[in-house]
Design a protein around this ligand. Sequence first.
Ligand code: 13P
Length: 249
Amino acid sequence: MRKKVIAGNWKMNMLPNEAISMITELTPLVKDTENEVVLCVPYTDLFYSLLTAQGTNIKIGAQNMHYEEKGAYTGEVSGKMLKSIGVEYVIIGHSERRQYFNETDETVNKKIKTAFENNLKPIVCVGETLEEREAGKAFEIIENQTQKALNGLTEEQVANTIIAYEPIWAIGTGKTATSNDANEACKKIREKIVEIYGQNVAERVIIQYGGSMKPENAKELLSMSDIDGGLIGGASLKAESFANIVNCK
Ligand code: 13P
């Protein structure tokens, strides 16, 4: 049985004082869950969030990292830097980074490898655009992104990669994929992993759904056979709504 991972992605929101308040409020609300609870926060909130979450079951993640350890990359933050302050998770290849910051399948793959070298758990995002879905290419796109992201990883690394299926048309739009469509896409991703790495590895991979997940639709999405958690944007900014997703049964 795979443990569910419910991760918030705050994107470019929340000042440190807001992060501290949110995590303080969230702590008692999620303390009894069996799910893994993660908040991926902006770089400037990381240290405050880590201190506030100390001794709780809330894990802290970053939203991006560079694949080099150090060097002349102005404005970048490395996996080693994240690990050095106690960060445990890192989102890699979010569609907003692919779209606005030229993230490619190749950089995504490099970043995943560096994340593992630094003992960070990568949450790797894949997902199709509306045009790709309407052209009947959704599965081809996500299978391709998955294959390229995982290229060259060991079986153990693949098993420990979290994949977030985030259809781009469902992000921040209020449009959620139906639970059947979301599950089907997550299943396709798992089948691709079966094909390349075998059933035993694929059964261990956590595959999340992301895209307008909220308390009202989380229960149904999270009850599906191949959806092992959620990557949540807007609804992760408030302790109550995020806790409702974490605790939905
Ligand atoms: P929303 O939940 O705001 O649609 O964002 C989803 C997302 O992009 C999480 O990474």
